[in-house]
Design a protein around this ligand. Structure first.
Ligand code: PLP
Length: 425
């Protein structure tokens, strides 16, 4: 009998006992090709010697120093690495232990910023119906996944919602992709006028939607228009790159491909690539300056923020990705993966859409290809796909959800950046 309170109480899980390259092994010696990096986490694969060395060395030299007393070399070096490689002037880094913590910190940072600059009425958050930003109450409050939110609605502060940018479903036949993106982005302006822009602190969005919809990228021009609207109304733009960031889409930050710079960006998953739990919020200098010259401290914090071993692991992960030019491999293997998927599945009667960016790929399942009729949410198809894939030695990430009143089933593929041609096949 297991005393672990597993996330699925009745799950009969294999025990993972080893990991090497892109494969995990269980207690019976079965091998699983990790086609989804767990949940877009293990970008460098398993057992990378450079990261293991960095972790071992840091544990030996200095395991932990509370950030109320000390800074540490790995935290300083990782922050510098991120600041140098981030777009524009996102050059202050606030460390956390994961994605939800990063989103919580970003929400509070936005709120404190407006208090510091004398705009205390700005306290509302606008977000999108197709989104997941984490499971802690603040992050869940700005998320759009109804199934996750419902049991806790009574103890959460609600966000205000606009529609997602979901071209496969919602682009009108008579409008271009660009026009569609502008129409969707303009919903933000309408919502701001409805709420009163002077009451709104931030708009929160994933540049490529991950866990609620299976790698749905914003169409060209959408995020640029969002940026314009935020600027016009003095609202902060928080981009959640917890899942799509740190190289997953082929550039270090997904928003680089949209040609915009947010005010805050949240990171986790691929940052430490599973070698250690770590997340971060990157912030524009002016936000830091407002807090620094005002209260003088950010009224937040967690015991394990900036953990030296986690920072050392993340630094080694990111330096390896850079030194080994793995983003080139992400781009090459992405082309190969999309070609293979289209070639194999384009005519499949239950596959409606194959989309994504880089090694972040979503496959949408439908009951009918022509009408795009979704499969019912009650069907346990995602559980069956996961089980069947595992039985065949593959990890993929099937999910289901209801977006804008429509059910949907998707499979997320997000293999490690070190995957090669044969493994893609
Ligand atoms: N934000 C996004 C976009 C995510 O995909 C996730 C997790 O899937 C989170 C936040 C929450 O991250 P964590 O599970 O590390 O708390």
């Amino acid at each position: 009998m297991s005393h672990v309170f597993h996330r699925h109480c009745h799950a009969n899980l294999p025990t993972a006992t080893g990991g090497h390259g892109i494969y995990l092994t269980d207690q019976n010696g079965n091998q699983y090709l990790d086609g989804c990096c767990g949940a877009a986490v293990t970008s460098l694969g398993y057992g990378h010697p450079r990261v293991i060395d960095a972790v071992q060395k840091q544990v030996q030299d200095m395991t932990f120093a509370h950030t109320g007393f000390f800074t540490s070399e790995p935290a300083e070096q990782l922050a510098e690495f991120l600041a140098i490689n981030a777009p524009g002037t996102l050059n202050k880094v606030y460390f956390t232990s994961g994605g939800s913590e990063s989103v919580e910190a970003a929400l509070k940072m936005a709120r404190q910023y407006f208090l510091e600059i004398g705009q205390p009425s700005r306290h509302l958050y606008i977000t999108r119906r197709q989104s997941y930003h984490g499971n802690t109450l603040g992050a869940l409050g700005v998320g759009g996944n109804q199934w996750r939110r419902e049991p806790f609605a009574a103890i959460m502060t609600d966000a205000h919602y606009i529609d997602p940018c979901y071209a496969y479903r919602d682009q009108h036949p008579n409008e271009s992709e660009f026009e569609y993106g502008q129409r969707m982005a303009n919903q933000l302006e309408e919502k701001l006028r409805e709420l009163g822009p002077e009451n709104v602190a931030a708009f929160v969005a994933e540049p490529v939607v991950g866990a609620t919809a299976g790698a749905v990228p914003a169409v060209t021009g959408y995020l640029k228009r969002i940026r314009e609207i935020c600027d016009q109304y003095g609202v902060l733009l928080i981009l959640d790159e917890v899942m799509c960031g740190m190289g997953r889409t082929g550039t270090l930050f997904a928003c680089e491909q949209d040609g915009i710079e947010p005010d805050l960006i949240t990171l986790a998953k691929g940052l430490g690539a599973g070698y250690q739990p770590i997340g971060a919020v990157m912030v524009q200098q002016r936000i830091f300056d407002a807090i620094s010259s005002g209260t003088g401290f950010f009224q937040h914090g967690h015991t394990y923020m900036g953990h030296p071993v986690a920072c050392a692991a993340a630094l080694a992960v990111q330096q390896t990705i850079q030194d080994d030019q793995l983003l080139n491999n992400v781009k090459q293997m992405s082309t190969k993966l999309f070609n293979r998927l289209h070639h194999t599945f384009s005519d499949h009667p239950y596959i409606g859409d194959i989309r994504g960016r880089g090694l972040f790929v979503g496959i949408e399942l439908v009951a009918d290809k022509d009408s795009k009729q979704p499969l019912p949410i009650e069907s346990s198809i995602h559980t069956a796909i996961k089980a069947e894939a595992m039985a065949n030695g593959l990890m993929c990430y099937p999910m289901s959800g209801t977006i804008n009143g429509r059910d949907g089933h998707h499979i997320l593929l997000a293999p490690p950046f070190i995957i090669n041609d044969t493994q893609i096949d």
